[in-house]
Design a protein around this ligand. Structure first.
Ligand SMILES: Nc1ncnc2c1ncn2[C@@H]1O[C@H](COP(=O)(O)OP(=O)(O)OP(=O)(O)O)[C@@H](O)[C@H]1O
Ligand SMILES: [Mg+2]
Length: 372
């Protein structure tokens, strides 16, 4: 955050539950300490966000920062004053920002830039001005250009920040989201490739996982004692994903403390926890798929490299033994749909991965259950 005036916009990306939001929240106090203002929001509900909505979103986020500033005077006529004009200080509040956007001349891009420029002019004129403003958006993979509706909110966001940053305005973007996010930005504007530093959060290593399991229960007053075997089991089951570590440890904590109350020792109830995880985390996603999609995912889950990257060719080979094998073009088409449903994603080298952590293990458990 010590950067000025050269900026690096940041992308924090990774699978569900690897700790992106937690990391983002740790950046906020760092930014504040470095005299950066911080605005932001969660874009979970923004799948069909249009350009105008994006601008409104930015106005909404900026208004709390700017509404204290008087930017001019405004003449008003109100009945209480006998119909006479009177002058009030005009604040750069939400209404004013929005009006600025709506009434400025030009395209959406020009108007949004006008709003951001006005904001920075006002904010930087304060007695002890900040170094800049960070715009932090979580779940940003939900932003989408929609060519069929001629709505390009992703392009609008990138174009406006790129252009203002070139002019030297210290406005920085931090976008957080699933691995589909960065490819989406690059598909909208190729220069996005150079505009962001990308931090891909991967699963925790075995040592880090063990630490995440043991640290919360290290306090001497904590009744839970875990053996090395139990820790190894939890590490293995969690695949190093913090969300799963937490989920499993919550269950383990309940079981172990109950057993300890009865004077018994306990081991990690693997099958029960997996069942609960399947019901809570995976089965909703699975139930929305067609039979043919499940067949395809079954093939992928049984590839050697199912937990890393796989190609269309790998899947063609893997499906050769099926009674109805998949053709390469059919696989391509189905992967597109599965990507839109958030189950797989394509990386920049054209290879695919599961977008849901440990989905391959879940699928293998399903088939065992079905056969058993
Ligand atoms: N470094 C870490 N060590 C231990 N636990 C963590 C760590 N980071 C995150 N967690 C825990 O893991 C869970 C998932 O974290 P978080 O919500 O940040 O993931 P996320 O990547 O934002 O997931 P999603 O894609 O679903 O939004 C949280 O409950 C959090 O407390
Ligand atoms: Mg999150």
């Amino acid at each position: 955050m010590g950067q000025s005036p050269v900026f690096e916009n940041l992308i924090i990306t990774g699978l569900r539950g690897v700790g992106k939001t937690v990391l983002l929240e740790t950046l906020r106090p760092l930014a504040r300490a470095g005299d950066w203002l911080w605005v932001g929001a969660d874009l979970s509900e923004s799948a069909s966000l249009r350009e105008d909505h994006l601008a409104v979103r930015l106005c909404t986020d900026l208004a709390p920062l700017t509404s204290g500033f008087v930017v001019g005077t405004e003449r008003r006529k109100e009945p209480g004053f006998g119909g006479q004009d009177f002058t009030v200080g005009q604040r750069l509040d939400y209404q004013t920002l929005r009006r600025l956007y709506q009434e400025s001349p030009g395209l959406a891009l020009d108007r949004l830039k006008t709003v951001l420029q006005a904001t920075w002019t006002v904010v930087s004129g304060a007695p002890s001005p900040p170094r800049g403003i960070v715009f932090a958006y979580d779940e940003a993979q939900n932003l989408s250009d929609q060519a069929q509706h001629e709505e390009f909110p992703v392009a609008l966001l990138l174009d406006s920040f790129q252009s203002l940053q070139r002019q030297g305005l210290p406005l920085m973007l931090v976008l957080v989201g699933l691995p589909t996010l960065f490819p989406k930005l690059v598909a909208s504007r190729t220069y996005a490739e150079r505009m962001f530093r990308v931090r891909f959060l991967d699963r925790l290593s075995e040592e880090e996982s063990a630490e995440a399991i043991l640290k919360p229960v290290a306090d001497a007053r904590c009744p839970l004692r875990l053996t090395g075997d139990s820790v190894r089991t939890i590490v293995q089951m969690s695949g190093g994903y913090p969300y799963f570590i937490q989920f499993i440890c919550r269950e383990v904590y309940d079981v172990f403390t109950q057993r300890a109350d009865r004077g018994e020792t306990a081991s990690v109830p693997v099958a029960e926890i997996e069942q609960k995880l399947d019901a809570d985390f995976f089965s909703g996603r699975w139930s929305r798929l067609t039979d043919r999609q499940r067949d395809l995912l079954w093939v992928i889950a049984h590839l050697d490299q199912s937990d890393s990257e796989f190609s269309v060719r790998d899947i063609v080979q893997g499906s050769a033994a099926l009674s109805k094998p998949f053709s390469a073009s059919h696989i391509n088409q189905m992967l597109l749909n599965l990507a839109a449903q958030g189950l797989v994603f394509k990386n920049r080298y054209g290879r695919y991965s599961f977008a849901v952590p440990l989905l391959d293990r879940f699928i293998r458990r399903q088939t065992v259950a079905a056969e058993g």
